[in-house]
Design a protein around this ligand. Structure first.
Ligand code: ZN
Length: 371
């Protein structure tokens, strides 16, 4: 019998969030499977999911952000082959897959999809089903919309699980969205998933391997660092373009070291609070030069995140109370999997899936198979 793989993507989940006594199904999966943290650097959704499904860093897949200025980054900008180029796949809501490609299987695009009227589903005839369930691509930031988004995706699973596939890959963005704004109130949404999975796994024993993955972790934050303000204060503004999510593009490369040092030395309450990555530490490959020269990531573990439109460099965070950690989660259970606790990298998911499906792992990727 050929292996069949199901990947449950929970944007922004961590091992700690899943390993709770209130979530017996997740706890059982963790106990029976390979489990650990999944390192994602930088912890940016638009960079991380393409890395997971292609096994390479952004210097090889060419997606460094959701946008550069007004220029939106789309699936057509991606330069690396992805899981669905190798195996028959149902891919639902994976960020940065809009517009959809004609894959062997079904693809419903994720984040950056403008509306149901766009090129958001392959094959096109599946659009009728999406319309019939009022499918929304991204949830609003309200508890009702989050719950609805999760339940609507259950309907998608229930439909497409009966189609022919080797790999079923679905991403729930709802967990990321709720955790940014309601960090302390996420349990009920995980319980909703836990309950669904309990029945789902019982009913679908044709699935030989089950993954739970996230693109990055999450933690509580209470302060913001405004990168643009900082650059202004240091009088670097005319030499630097500030992109999204801590990206700095230097117009004058000769100031790189000075800028890196001044960011690394920046202190709040006597503590340095910024992780600063010069490009070469996180991006390598033929497209690395397209990426930012420096990526700045406030230390979330100390309670800091990036803030925009604030008056001061450091301010108390008023709306958001959670943000990304570099360490996400991976759990893998199924046939011949021996319970293990170990830490992995986001690039390791791609070769693991190909290996389980009996495919050759291509040269030049950045990950290693977990099995
Ligand atoms: Zn997020």
């Amino acid at each position: 019998m050929k292996n069949k793989i199901f990947v449950l993507g929970l944007d922004g989940a961590t091992l700690k969030l899943l390993d709770r006594k209130e979530l017996p199904t997740f706890q059982r999966l963790i106990r029976r499977g390979i489990s650990g943290t999944l390192l994602s650097r930088p912890a940016i959704t638009s960079v991380a999911w393409p890395s997971m499904v292609s096994g390479v860093n952004a210097g090889k897949h060419n997606i460094f952000d959701f946008r550069r200025g007004d220029d939106l980054k789309l699936s057509i900008d991606k330069k690396a082959k992805e899981l669905w180029d190798y195996v028959k796949t149902i891919a639902i809501n994976v960020p940065m897959t809009f517009p959809v490609r004609e894959i062997d299987g079904v693809m419903i695009s994720g984040m950056m999809t403008p509306s149901l009227d766009s090129k958001c589903v392959h094959p096109e005839k599946e659009k009728d089903f999406l319309k019939s369930i009022n499918y929304a691509f991204e949830p609003d930031i309200t508890p009702t919309s989050i719950e609805e988004g999760i339940k609507t995706k259950f309907k998608l699973i229930d439909r497409y699980i009966n189609f022919d596939y080797e790999l079923f890959f679905i991403v729930f963005r709802e967990y990321d969205v709720i955790q940014h704004f309601f960090w302390n109130d996420n349990l009920e949404y995980y319980q909703l998933m836990d309950q669904y999975l309990k029945n789902f796994l019982k009913e679908h024993n044709e699935i030989t391997h089950f993954f739970v993955v996230s693109d990055h972790g999450f933690t509580k934050i209470d302060k913001t660092f405004n990168l643009e303000k900082f650059i202004e204060q240091q009088a670097y503004s005319q030499f630097i373009e500030v992109g999204g999510w801590g990206a700095l593009y230097l117009k004058d490369k000769s100031i790189k070291e000075t800028v890196v040092d001044s960011l690394r030395d920046f202190k709040d309450n006597g503590k340095t609070i910024l992780d600063v990555y010069p490009r070469e530490e996180i991006y390598w490959g033929p497209y690395a030069k397209e990426g930012p020269d420096i990526v700045v990531s406030p230390k979330r573990q100390l309670g800091y995140t990036l803030g925009m439109r604030t008056n001061e460099v450091i301010e108390k965070s008023d709306k958001k109370n959670g943000c990304h950690l570099e360490k996400g989660v991976v759990v893998l259970t199924g046939k011949d999997i021996i319970p293990t606790k170990k830490d992995y990298k986001i690039f390791d998911i791609f070769p693991t899936i190909l290996k389980l499906l009996g495919k050759e792992i291509p040269d030049g990727i950045d990950g290693k198979s977990m099995i």
